[in-house]
Ligand binder design. Structure first.
Ligand code: PEP
Ligand code: MG
Length: 945
């Protein structure tokens, strides 16, 4: 029989920390803590498998679940010497969700279960506290009514407010037992009215209802959104934890709180957290009351504080990671309710990993596995420009919950945030406190600002996790969400007014403050000395460890020297893709490019015809000579002008390209630089057909005679655009097909590359050019382009190469290229997978249009991820694997890399590592992510050996 229910209590647990799949994070943590002798209120966990069984059978559970639950409940009752629902001394339990990955606040929780009309008297008798007993009961009805019975929260809030008004109480705490009796009576009426049944009194019925409601909450919309945002699979299910209640609201010797063993915002080694005296856990995390810093607890309850520090320090060492814990002190006795690895910002993640390693808790390899590669991105976020920031007054200050500078237009609801963001506006979400339902608005906002709540409130936790600058608990804000105004520091701001927040200091400014580059970027760009930035030093240390471990080389996709410099600063050792066409768009180049395009077809034809005729002329005899000469003159007459335009334009472009390439070689200090010959369809360099037509019509309407010249020029351009028109340009005249039909272009580019290489190498800087031919699907294409490149090399460098060590290779980005890679490898000195095109052509999905339905595919479960972001390992990945195997079957040491966008995506990097690529190439700003992801791929491979 399957085990669905796992007991913990009395110093022993059925589960342990390695059972997160079955028990969820919370359940496995409770089991592990119990086994480690930590004071944990006993209880049991119903497994995630039960949750999945519940969904598989349309909301029913196998009978064993109920049987095992009843047995566990009996065991718990025996251990505690109390019974659920006992009128004299009842056992009360909490029922909480807990999945493998924590999803703060996304699913449901029910406290004080076991309360009913009779047991409330038992609680009163046992505690001697009639107010406490009634307050616990009314909280239970409220939570159960909302979560299990689906009654709107407001209906209960409405009754509570009415009673507060009647008894002239400002806060809940001021309601005495009599008033609370009235609240309970009113709540019961609400339940009866909405469900047509009285509030359930049978504790077992309550327990089953709560358990099933928690299972159902796995599929509530906010949980689904959260999982999507965090890449958590939907089929994991949640466990349910049923645990003996302990009370932090039994007066001044009781308290409840949450904390971290280190600062989760910046990683500093400090005991960190907050608590509320005489309160229940929900009061702390919901952000309704602003809690006190945990250090104040030392004065109030020194013994419990000391024990808490001792236990949490032990837990940090035990789990080898920062712990995020929840505790309750009931009448001076400490209980640990939860511990888990704490969520943290990217900045904190690096600091903590490096510190724990230097403290001897983690090895370097373990430290590397503690940081999400993607989190490194947060260190590159902008900060406020110090000069611009200087004159700006701080209007209010809250808690610095998640670092970073953010500026945006105020919005007061998550829906408004989404609506404005969709219009391309930058928004800042301002709320009293955020709730899990706000997640969609939080994800599109530049930053989050709340009026209440502490460092572990929802806004703070989720803000940190998303890497969003967040300031919480900013008490000076007066938010009127209905009127859509924010009053602060004597000023009233309307919705959409721009403000700024500094998530590192908690400061709020009432205007848009310009931002500047992060410290790490400033160091990389040479604007700040490394020794002046502690963050940079830690960042470099961790990435240095990554470099010691990883097998994959890391290169960058960079087209201009400035980007190459940044890439090198981030640790790229080589350029994996220079898209030469990007340089063509420069204002000084585009006119020549357009000229080249306008003349290319006829110009190239003129060159080809003349060459052929001249060859014939060499062999000609007698009257043939004169005939051929005549023909040459005819060709010259017909095409000469185009040949001139074409070659003049190319001559103009050549030195410009040469200068660009020389810059790249210099910035790479001897690392390889892969330069790709022209790739995009030529129409991309020309204006759009419709635009030209409008321009011509406008010129004609103004004055056809005065604008004659301009009209003629535009009409010429229009004819060229129409000639170049293709129905499917991405499958059309582009890539090597351009170089094959217009060999002069390839020749010009190859010459520019070799001239630049020679120039730089003569200065004593080593160079390694790699000329890359795009979109090769047939070996013959590569063969012909290679011949042109070789000819240029010989022309510039001589047969001996003049000491310039160059390679000629190809992209593998057409499926035919991948499956005939053995033939192509005979001609290629390296391969680089162009996984953007390989995905486009492998799937038959247009990379420019697919987003319209790809999102639908993901939302409806057809695809887990966007295949243009994360490589589709089983399909497109198979083409990569075939390409690698076939290529190396001909040349075992063939250098192979990837330069599609996937080169900077951690999951795809793990795949490229596995199939044996030599390097990945990604955008300069993703180089740190790639370094770490490559190290993790290597470590994980070793771990699974
Ligand atoms: C590719 O196709 O993966 C690639 C790198 O080339 P581009 O994106 O320029 O087509
Ligand atoms: Mg491509």
């Amino acid at each position: 029989m399957s085990q669905y229910v796992f007991f913990f209590g009395g110093g022993k647990a059925d589960g342990n920390k390695d059972m997160k799949d079955t028990l969820g994070g919370k359940g496995s943590g409770l089991a592990e803590m119990t086994n480690a002798g930590v004071p944990v209120p006993p209880g049991f966990t119903i497994s995630t498998q039960a949750c999945n069984a519940y969904y598989d059978s349309g909301g029913k559970l196998p009978p064993e679940v109920d049987q095992q639950m009843d047995a566990a409940l009996a065991k718990l009752e025996a251990l505690q010497g109390k019974k659920l629902g006992d009128p004299a001394d009842p056992l009360l339990v909490s029922v909480r969700s807990g999945s493998k990955f924590s999803m703060p606040g996304m699913m449901d929780t029910i406290l004080n279960l076991g309360m009913n009309d009779k047991s409330v008297a038992g609680v009163e008798a046992k505690t001697g506290n009639p107010r406490f007993a009634r307050d616990s009961y009314r909280r239970f009805i409220q939570m159960y009514g909302n979560v299990v019975l689906g009654i709107d929260k407001d209906k209960f809030e409405h009754e509570l407010s009415a009673v507060k008004k009647k008894f002239k109480a400002k806060t809940d705490v001021e309601l005495d037992a009599k008033a609370l009796d009235e609240v309970i009576a009113r709540y019961k009426v609400v339940v009866e009215k909405n469900t047509h049944h009285p509030f359930p009194q049978d504790p077992r019925e309550q327990l089953i209802g709560a358990r099933d409601a928690v299972f159902q909450s796995w599929m509530n919309p906010r949980a689904i959104t959260y999982r999507k945002l965090n890449d958590i699979p939907h089929n994991l299910g949640t466990a349910v934890n049923v645990q003996t209640m302990v009370f932090g609201n039994k007066g001044d010797t009781s308290a409840t709180g949450v904390g971290f063993t280190r600062n989760p915002s910046n990683g500093a080694k400090e005991f960190y957290g907050e608590f509320l005296q005489n309160a229940q856990g929900e009061d702390v995390v919901s952000g309704v009351r602003t809690p006190h810093p945990i250090t104040d607890l030392e004065k109030l309850m020194p013994a419990a504080y000391k024990q808490l520090r001792e236990i949490t320090t032990r837990l940090e060492r035990h789990y080898k990671d920062v712990q995020d814990f929840e505790f309750t002190i009931e009448e001076n006795k400490l209980y640990m309710l939860q511990t888990r690895n704490g969520k943290r910002t990217g900045l904190a993640a690096i600091n903590i990993a490096v510190d724990l390693c230097e403290e001897g808790v983690l090895t370097k390899k373990e430290a590397l596995l503690k940081v999400e590669p993607q989190a490194l991105d947060q260190l590159l976020h902008p900060i406020f420009d110090p000069k611009a920031r200087k004159g700006v007054e701080v209007a209010a200050k809250g808690l610095p919950a998640s670092p970073g500078a953010a500026t945006g237009a105020i919005v007061f609801t998550a829906d408004e945030a989404v609506a404005w963001a969709q219009k391309g506006k930058k928004v800042l979400l301002v709320r009293m406190e955020t709730v899990p339902d706000d997640i969609h608005g939080m994800s599109v906002a530049q930053g989050i600002l709340t009026a209440t709540g502490g460092m572990t409130s929802h806004a703070a936790v989720v803000g940190r996790q998303m890497g969003k600058p967040s300031v919480v608990g900013c008490g000076a804000l007066e938010i009127d969400a209905k009127a859509r105004t924010l009053k602060v520091n004597g000023q009233t701001l309307r919705e959409h007014h721009a403000i700024s927040i500094d998530g590192s200091t908690g400061e709020v400014m009432l205007s848009a403050v310009p931002t500047s580059a992060s410290e790490v970027i400033q160091v990389v760009e040479g604007k700040l000395k490394p020794e002046k930035s502690v963050i940079f030093q830690k960042f470099e240390k961790l990435l240095g460890w990554a470099d010691e471990v990883r097998r994959l080389g890391i290169r960058a996709n960079a087209d201009v020297p400035k980007d190459a410099k940044v890439a090198f600063g981030f640790g790229a050792r080589g350029i994996g893709l220079c898209r030469t066409e990007h340089m063509f768009f420069g204002a000084d180049r585009l006119p020549h490019v357009v000229k080249m395009i306008l003349a290319a077809a006829r110009g190239q034809r003129g060159i080809d015809l003349t060459r052929r005729l001249k060859e014939r002329l060499k062999e000609a005899k007698g009257h043939q000579v004169a005939d051929i000469k005549k023909e040459i003159a005819k060709v010259d007459k017909e095409y000469g002008k185009y040949v001139k335009d074409y070659t003049t334009a190319l001559k103009k472009l050549e030195p410009m390209q040469k200068a660009d390439f020389a810059g790249l070689f210099k910035e790479m200090h001897g690392s390889p630089v892969t330069i790709r010959t022209l790739d995009p369809p030529l129409h991309e360099f020309l204006p759009k057909r419709e635009e030209l037509m409008v321009e011509i019509a406008t010129l004609k309407a103004k004055s056809a005679s005065k604008n004659k010249k301009a009209i003629a020029a535009k009409e010429k351009l229009l004819r060229a655009v129409e000639e170049l028109h293709e129905f499917n340009p991405m499958l059309g005249h582009r890539g090597c097909r351009l170089g094959i039909t217009y060999p002069e272009i390839t020749k010009m580019q190859a010459k520019a590359i070799f001239e630049a290489a020679l120039q730089v190498s003569k200065k004593g800087i080593p160079v390694k050019p790699e000329v890359m031919i795009p979109l090769v699907g047939h070996v013959e294409e590569l063969k012909r382009q290679k011949a042109i490149v070789l000819e240029a090399a010989h022309e510039v460098l001589g047969k001996d190469g003049s000491g310039v060590d160059y390679l000629i290779g190809t992209m593998i980005e057409v499926p035919r290229g991948a499956v005939t890679a053995d033939e192509i490898a005979k001609e290629a000195e390296f391969f680089s997978f162009g996984t953007n095109d390989l995905t486009q052509m492998g799937f038959g999905l247009s990379r420019d249009d697919a987003s319209k339905f790809l999102l639908f595919y993901q939302e409806h479960g057809l695809l887990d991820k966007d295949p243009f972001v994360t490589l589709d390992a089983s399909g497109v990945g198979l083409l990569v694997e075939i390409g690698v195997k076939k290529g190396r079957s001909v040349k075992p040491k063939l250098k192979i890399g990837v330069c599609g966008e996937h080169g900077g995506d951690p999951a795809s990097i793990a795949f490229f590592h596995k199939v044996g690529l030599d390097y990945v190439s990604c955008s300069p700003y993703r180089v740190p992510i790639a370094r770490l992801a490559a190290a993790q791929a290597q470590l994980e491979e070793r771990a699974s050996d």
